[in-house]
Design a binder for this molecule. Structure first.
Ligand SMILES: Nc1ncnc2c1ncn2[C@@H]1O[C@H](COP(=O)(O)OP(=O)(O)O)[C@@H](O)[C@H]1O
Ligand SMILES: [Mg+2]
Length: 230
């Protein structure tokens, strides 16, 4: 992994969903690079393929064709175990709904991915406390997700995504379920952490106000990614 590598590079990525009649070509040749420290907004109408693109970038799905490179490592030649290992080490993912483990405390939710990556419980808990403090939840570490507000749940999800110090953060409409004021607070935390940690981030959003405050905007239109004018 070279330090000057892009956090994410996509080249000629296509995704075709077979269906009866004509196949559905959602992505038709997406090229994209996100460099370390860069915060990129991904926009496009509902059904444009934003989630499909993020799942491919996150190594959760394979493209039909094209190359996916994370932190300088080309994922196409890796088997499933290799892709999982690369994903755990280099990618943090935030979903629209927090997807936290309901039976675990906020702290444990941030510890678990670290333990899966081989970190001791003690070291994981120490880092989790620092991350929860950083997202403004020092006093909520022992609460289960069900006892937290929507904004607090997303803050925990952000802390969890950053738990293993990824090179790339992917987020699929992370403030989509939040009211405008709460969305603003969650976005502010996200932006600060990205600037501090120098990770590259690609964030799908419908909120054009937030998108305009990212470093740049890319738009999915007819299966191609274009630089949007702001
Ligand atoms: N697993 C799948 N099988 C078939 N079609 C899919 C699948 N996943 C997504 N699609 C289709 O691909 C298109 C893009 O979906 P999606 O990536 O969810 O768009 P967005 O996130 O921009 O709203 C939609 O038409 C959707 O129905
Ligand atoms: Mg989507």
């Amino acid at each position: 992994m070279s330090s000057d590598a892009a956090a994410l590079r996509l080249a000629g990525v296509t995704r075709v969903f077979p269906q009866s009649g004509q196949a559905l070509e959602v992505l038709r040749g997406v090229d994209c690079a996100v460099v370390p420290g860069e915060l990129v907004a991904l926009v496009g109408p509902s059904g444009a393929g934003k989630s499909t693109l993020l799942h491919i970038a996150g190594l959760l799905e394979r493209p039909s064709a094209g190359a996916v490179e994370i932190a300088g490592i080309e994922a196409g030649s890796l088997d499933d175990a290799g892709r999982t290992a690369l994903r755990r080490k280099t990618i943090g993912f935030v979903y629209q709904s927090h997807r936290l483990l309901p039976e675990f405390s906020a702290l444990e939710n941030v510890v678990v991915p670290q333990m899966i990556a081989g970190v001791s419980r003690r070291a994981g808990a120490e880092r989790a406390r620092a991350l929860l403090d950083r997202v403004g939840l020092a006093g909520r570490a022992d609460h289960r997700p069900g006892k937290l507000s929507g904004g607090e749940q997303q803050r925990v999800a952000i802390a969890r995504a950053l738990a293993n110090a990824p090179a790339l953060l992917l987020a699929d409409e992370p403030t989509g379920n939040l009211d405008p004021k709460t969305a603003e607070g969650v976005f502010a935390v996200l932006r600060e952490l990205i600037a501090e940690t120098k990770l590259g981030a690609l964030i799908a959003t419908h909120n054009l106000d937030l998108a305009r405050r990212m470093d740049r905007i890319v738009e999915l239109r007819d299966g191609i990614l274009i630089q949007a004018q702001t």
